[in-house]
Design a protein around this ligand. Structure first.
Ligand SMILES: Cc1cc2nc3c(=O)[nH]c(=O)nc-3n(C[C@H](O)[C@H](O)[C@H](O)COP(=O)(O)O)c2cc1C
Length: 324
């Protein structure tokens, strides 16, 4: 693989989703293969203390790399890398072009440029869009009453997670609330992707950063503040993602991204709800209700439906930032 081909592959692979749009994956061309590493300065020490989401995000980047090669007709062998690496970069996986691409992969690769996180709300999906869709790592919830229950749990879990001040401080660091922020189109969550008007954007630091949140939270209004329940309830399905407890979260991230791209191929948009997996009590209640066995761990959820309006475009670092 020459340098130009490598850069074209990375440009496509970096469209993969990542928690808070931290984009922790880094790529290096070494001995004809691609090494993928995690930039540990992009960790979320408060929100993701075990690095689960960092690994899931890097796994999505690994799958993006495999699919970008498939788009060029090449197959790939993937080896997860052991070890903790240096203080700044942790090796995640090595992807080596090998043989020819699986036909399914070339088709999935075509979905990468159009897939975006859609937070603006859903219109109903046709039954056909959700039919004949099963995967060992996914439980697809389609009954309206169950979706309503999950929608409430998302807000309850979010309120619990957001309550500690350090979490709010970390979240604020990754929010790009002013259009003149130099990182507005580069990383984190800007107010376009959050579908947030200018007035709300001004209030967010006041509420999240200060005592107002504590007061509202003490009054039991936390779930109302996250305010996603109505939009979550409009989802036509919520996919729950689980993985063997002993398995690698990098592999879980690969599977998660593939399923999201399959959703795109079915004409659906997705909106993760990691809160269901982050809050221990909620994770236990959801796992119990939907029969996720004890040897598997719920690691994310994806609200699915048809986009009711255009999805704002994505923010990404430049190639220069992610190639090492
Ligand atoms: C592991 C993981 C967890 C995520 N959790 C959430 C979430 O709880 N809520 C949310 O709105 N988006 C969530 N996202 C979506 C990211 O914010 C999104 O992928 C990122 O901002 C990049 O934008 P894009 O998906 O439109 O390319 C998550 C993504 C990943 C990979």
């Amino acid at each position: 693989m020459d340098r130009a081909e490598f850069e074209a592959v990375v440009a496509q692979a970096m469209l993969a989703p990542s928690a808070h749009n931290t984009q922790p994956a880094r790529w290096a061309l070494r001995d004809g293969g691609i090494d993928i590493l995690a930039d540990l300065s992009r960790r979320l020490p408060v929100g993701d203390p075990t690095d689960r989401d960092l690994e899931v995000s890097c796994g999505a980047a690994v799958e993006g790399t495999v699919l970008a090669l498939a788009a060029r007709g090449a197959g790939a062998s993937v080896t997860l890398t052991e070890g903790t690496g240096g203080t700044r970069l942790r090796p995640i996986a090595r992807v080596v072009p090998e043989g020819v691409a699986a036909p399914d992969d070339a088709a999935l690769a075509a979905e990468m440029s159009g897939r975006l996180t859609h937070r603006a709300g859903f219109s109903p999906a046709s039954k056909a869009a959700l039919d004949n869709w099963a995967d060992a790592h996914m439980t697809l919830v389609t009954a309206a009453a169950q979706i309503d229950w999950l929608a409430k749990q998302i807000d309850i879990a979010s309120a619990r997670i957001v309550r500690p001040k350090p979490f709010r401080a970390e979240l604020l660091q990754w929010m790009r609330l002013r259009k003149d922020d130099p990182k507005y189109d580069a990383d984190g969550l800007n107010r376009d992707v959050l579908v947030m008007d200018a007035i709300t954007a001004r209030l967010v630091p006041v509420v999240l950063g200060g005592k107002v949140y504590d007061l509202l939270s003490a009054l039991g209004l936390g779930p109302l503040l996250s305010g996603e329940a109505a939009r979550s309830s409009d989802a036509s399905a919520i996919a729950l993602f689980h993985w063997p407890a002993e398995g690698a979260m990098v592999d879980a991230g690969r599977a998660f991204y593939r399923t999201w791209l399959q959703a795109s191929a079915r004409g659906l948009v997705g909106w993760p709800a990691a809160a269901l997996a982050d809050d221990p009590d909620t994770r236990a209640a959801v796992s119990d209700r939907f029969g996720v066995s004890g040897d598997r761990v719920l690691f994310n959820a994806l609200r699915l439906g048809v986009a009711n309006k255009a999805t704002p475009s994505r923010a990404r670092l430049s190639l220069r930032d992610v190639i090492i």
